[in-house]
Design a protein around this ligand. Sequence first.
Ligand code: GAL
Length: 326
Amino acid sequence: MKRLTTLLLMAAVTLLCVAKKSDWVRIKNGDLWYDTAGNVVQAHGAGFLQVGDTWYMIGEDRSRSWNPDVNMYSSKDLKTWKFEGKIIENGVTHEELGRSRFIERPKLMYCKNTGKYVVWCHWEGRNYGASEAGVFVADKVTGPYRFHAGERPLGIKSRDCNVFVDDDGTAWFISTIEENQHLGFFRLADDYLSAVECTQLFKRQAREAPAIVKVDGTYYMLSSACTGWDPNQCKLSWSKSMTDGWSRLENIGDKIAYDTQAASILTIKGTKKTTYLYVGDRWMDPDLPRSKTIIFPISFSDGQCDFTYRDEFEINFKTGEWREVK
Ligand code: GAL
């Protein structure tokens, strides 16, 4: 009897260990990602939305290099990606798309006020001359997405972009404006479908690929210089207000952001800890279709960001903790 109890106890401990171990997901950088159907994941300049325990990722399908459709994938661990479909498709969602228009940096938000899913993106024409923003809307996260608008927000020339939704639901479209000179912080209307106000910041500092996260009441922004597909120094700025008081840009990481350009910052809120994950594009590695998506944990405190590349790391989505791979 004693022997049986010991055996049962040992089995229980083993089971517990196995269950615990499987909560840790190892993410390795530098390789192409494949979806659950075995196809290369194509979601560059990615935007993310968390719905329950599922992450939805949308991004540029660069398999033909130019004129990307927008693909959507879902995942619970940022490693196993299920293809959910082309949520915006050339010639289908809009007749000019794929001909005189193309999309870059699609970003996804959920609007609590309307119950709709809203995509903002860079909506462009030949030689980046149009400098417009595109807006699409859907009733379900997986679509179908309808074209809502493609224009210069508030009449302002707008290129590289991102979105940020604050704790109180206020949504922002942040983009590189007026021929890559400044950043425009566009406050969106309650339905997220149009811009109502623009604050010009980082004047004549030529920043792009902005990515904003709020940590303990402070906004932190990562951004790059405008050097096309070539990587450059990532810089950090922080503020207590979205429209005022941003600190001077400070260099973080190495000189080329570990060969990446910011796409998003994810907040992984667990039972024990909140971890922030940097998501960047390693463009042209070795060509546009095979550009890689790079993820690594970063942290923020007192106006500083620890922006240290990790080739691989492990993360526990339940507790929110991450750890080095030994
Ligand atoms: C980068 C920008 C990308 C894309 C590229 C085209 O500066 O971040 O989104 O527009 O230029 O050369």
